[in-house]
Design a protein around this ligand. Structure first.
Ligand code: SDX
Length: 434
């Protein structure tokens, strides 16, 4: 990656008897940054920022979010346009390469992915080690980490060709592994990928086909899932992407880095929120119960939060949630389940929350996870698979960010500091003196 940072003056800090000057940089869009990489060397102070609310960890050219305006761009293209007009494979190419593919590049990339969709036959033995009632995300954490044991020939990150093969293998095999994790937990035989199907249709067939009868794809549902995958692909330096970058900064192999990202995504405050949001809507059960849950969400002594609401960056409506809401209605209409009771609760909960002064004051809007659970359940996915689908899609963003980090000349191993408030130095106390 060629840096496109532009210096834009400097910032002056006065700390007791010291004053230091640090460069200010501008990017294409978004806030300017103060480069504090020399702050400790020049001042003897660390900076403190738990949760990195004000700290940029890197320069990136992949995704941009304007949280106040509710804008999300992939390589400059608005997410709404890509969701409506593009496809998973095309957006995956865009995130990895920086430009929309021309016809020959699209065909080659699509073929590269298609011819890596199968997994080593021994992989089935590995999956057999799990209990049948294992959560699919637990299987994904283990299975993806194990890929470095099966594909050791694409783990040398210093070799660009091996990085490219690992990228193709990761994107291509995630649907196959995700479908295997699901089939394993329900005791059905695995369905092998077919090379004449496109990415998302192939995945739907591996998930829902059974040998006992022919499989018929539903283009409306497959197209809705392809759109959902596009929405979830990347999102700047969110927790799981930062995990992948930090793991990758030590030189860990790409499969291990993606497994670390999957583990982080699983948390209910992050990618696990789509599963948690649907379970919350089902627990609320009826619009009459909504006020009680709104009250609990506002009660500081109650750890309950409205799952699918709020976001570290968006202080406006998550643009993905708008597309998700539309896709939700399209799927429910296509399946003629307009009266989905959970959707009625969701629509009423959204209406009430958007009028409640607590949520208005704290700028808590529905995020991508609020409607995705209802849509994914209508598409036939069990709730335990929701975060697996998020991980399947986000693998593209993780890999694109991992690739960008390795190609960044400023890249170095991530190693945050701390403010220490533990015990001052003291001597060991023998057992008979304690
Ligand atoms: C994703 O980072 C990304 O980009 C993530 C993601 C991606 O694509 O990678 O967008 C995917 O993770 C979406 C978020 C999914 N998570 C949820 O829906 C879980 C519910 N949301 C919350 O846990 C929370 O909103 C977070 C974790 C998403 C954001 O938390 P922040 O930014 O740390 O905000 P905060 O916890 O400091 O909350 C600010 C205030 C607090 O009140 P005060 O202490 O200021 O009085 O808002 C309150 C919070 O109590 N608040 C909520 C709330 N979210 C925040 N109150 C009730 N319900 C909520 N959902």
């Amino acid at each position: 990656m060629e840096s496109k940072i532009k210096q834009n003056g400097s910032a002056h800090f006065t700390l007791k008897d010291k004053s230091i000057e640090l460069p200010v940089y501008s990017g294409t869009a978004g806030p300017d940054v103060v480069d504090i990489s020399k702050f400790y060397r020049d001042s003897g102070y660390f900076t403190l920022d738990p949760g990195y609310t004000s700290t940029a960890s890197c320069e990136s050219q992949i995704t941009f979010i304007d949280g106040d305006e509710g804008v999300l761009l992939y390589r400059g293209y608005p997410i709404e346009e890509l969701a409506e007009k593009s496809s998973f494979i095309e957006v995956a190419y865009l995130l990895l390469e920086g430009e929309l593919p021309n016809p020959s590049a699209h065909e080659k990339f699509s073929s590269d992915i298609t011819y890596h969709t199968m997994v080593h036959e021994q992989f089935k033995t590995f999956l057999n080690g799990f209990r049948r009632d294992a959560h699919p995300m637990a299987i994904m954490c283990g299975a993806v980490g194990a890929l470095s044991a099966f594909y050791h020939d694409s783990t040398d990150i210093s070799d660009p060709r091996q990085r490219e093969i690992a990228t193709h293998r990761m994107i291509a095999k995630m649907p196959t592994i995700a479908a295997m994790a699901y089939k394993y937990t329900i005791g059905q035989p695995y369905v092998t990928p077919l090379n004449n199907l496109d990415y998302t249709e192939n995945f739907m067939r591996m998930m829902f086909a059974v040998p006992a009868e022919p499989y018929q794809d539903n283009k409306v549902l497959t197209s809705a899932l392809d759109k959902i995958f596009i929405l979830h692909m990347d999102h700047e330096q969110n927790a799981s992407t930062s995990t992948v970058r930090l793991a990758g900064s030590s030189g860990a192999n790409p499969f291990a880095c993606i497994a670390a990202g999957i583990a982080c995504l699983w948390g209910p405050a992050h990618g696990g929120a789509n599963e948690a949001a649907l379970l919350m809507l089902e627990e609320i059960g009826d619009v009459a119960n909504i006020p009680e849950y709104i009250k609990r969400a506002k009660d500081k002594s109650d750890p309950f939060r409205l799952m699918g609401f709020g976001h570290r960056v968006y202080k406006n409506y998550d643009p993905r949630a708008k597309v998700m809401r539309k896709a939700c209605h399209e799927v429910l209409d296509a399946l003629d389940i307009r009266q989905d009771p959970t959707l009625k609760v969701a629509l009423e909960l959204e209406r009430i929350a958007l009028e409640d002064e607590y949520f208005v004051e704290k700028k808590l809007y529905p995020n991508i996870d609020f409607y995705s659970g209802i849509t994914l359940r209508a598409l036939g996915f069990p709730v335990e698979m929701f975060t697996v689908l998020f991980a399947l899609s986000r693998t593209v963003g993780w890999i694109a960010q991992w690739k960008e980090m390795l190609e960044d000349p400023a890249q170095k191993i991530g190693r945050p500091r701390q403010i220490y408030t533990g015990a001052a130095e003291r001597s060991y106390i023998p057992m008979d003196k304690r």
